[in-house]
Design a protein around this ligand. Structure first.
Ligand code: ADP
Ligand code: MG
Length: 236
């Protein structure tokens, strides 16, 4: 896909009156910028889900795909670590059942079958387009670090490699990235690379208002990082 393809995906969503790219669309546009997205495919039926899981390789993750659902786990829309065809079939039906009960009005496009990303340190990279300053990039550690402690750092785009390196050092919990109590230091280069590429993506595509990569699994030094969830919002 080229950068034109990114615009095509965005225009299709706008034509359908959607302010949010579906998760697989989000991966398609981020992949154009060489961001580390997981393997994934959209299933409409349980049998499709099993076929995709076999292509991707077990274990897999299943997720509800709906333009109306922002927090998928809140409505029972995420199942991780499914290891067999049987578990995938069950997971598929259980997700649809739970979403029907907890978000009865949500339109359901299908279920995303996704590569299970190995455990890592969960970090977040995000961007919001400020009306005055343009794209602002954010970095933080996942979970309570962001949600409770608001321990994040910011930069206005364009974010250079040097800026991104500094962002990693500016959070209060920066030491965790260097390893603690026997946990290894993280691959900071891979995180810097994600921030710089997301900055470029935001600069190139003015219709994108927000991107939230939450979580990104950050692996030990030399082993990279991988995005496990992506939300891309657009202007309509
Ligand atoms: P949401 O943020 O909409 O509730 P996520 O896609 O972030 O849903 O999934 C919820 C949690 O499940 C993530 O924070 C992560 O811990 C885990 N998770 C999601 N996708 C994967 C994946 N592909 N591999 C491993 N863990 C995952
Ligand atoms: Mg998430």
């Amino acid at each position: 896909m080229t950068s034109d393809k990114v615009d095509e995906v965005i225009e299709k969503a706008r034509a359908e009156g959607r302010k949010k790219l579906l998760e697989h669309e989000a991966y398609d546009v981020l992949r154009v910028y060489d961001l580390p997205v997981p393997k994934a495919g959209l299933a409409k039926e349980a049998n499709d889900a099993v076929r995709l899981a076999e292509e991707i390789g077990y274990p897999v993750v299943l997720k509800i795909v709906s333009p109306d659902i922002v927090h998928k786990s809140d409505v029972g829309g995420v199942k991780v670590g499914l290891k067999t065809a049987e578990e995938v079939k069950e997971g598929f039906n259980s997700i649809l059942g739970s979403v029907k009960e907890k978000a009865p009005d949500a339109r359901v496009v299908g279920v995303l079958v996704q590569e299970m990303v190995p455990e890592g340190l969960e970090v977040i990279v995000g961007s919001t387009r400020d009306p005055t300053f343009g794209p602002v990039l954010m970095f933080g550690l996942g979970g309570i670090f962001v949600e409770v402690l608001k321990d994040v750092s910011f930069r206005i785009a364009p974010v250079t490699k040097y800026d991104a390196e500094t962002m990693l050092t500016e959070i209060k919990a920066a030491k965790i990235l260097d390893g603690y109590r026997g946990t290894p230091p993280r691959d900071k280069k891979a995180l810097v690379d994600i921030i710089v590429k997301l900055s470029k993506f935001m600069e190139d595509h003015e219709l994108v208002t927000d991107v939230d990569l939450n979580p990104i699994m950050s692996f030990e030094e030399g082993k990279g990082a991988k995005i496990a969830d992506a939300r891309v919002l657009i202007k309509i």
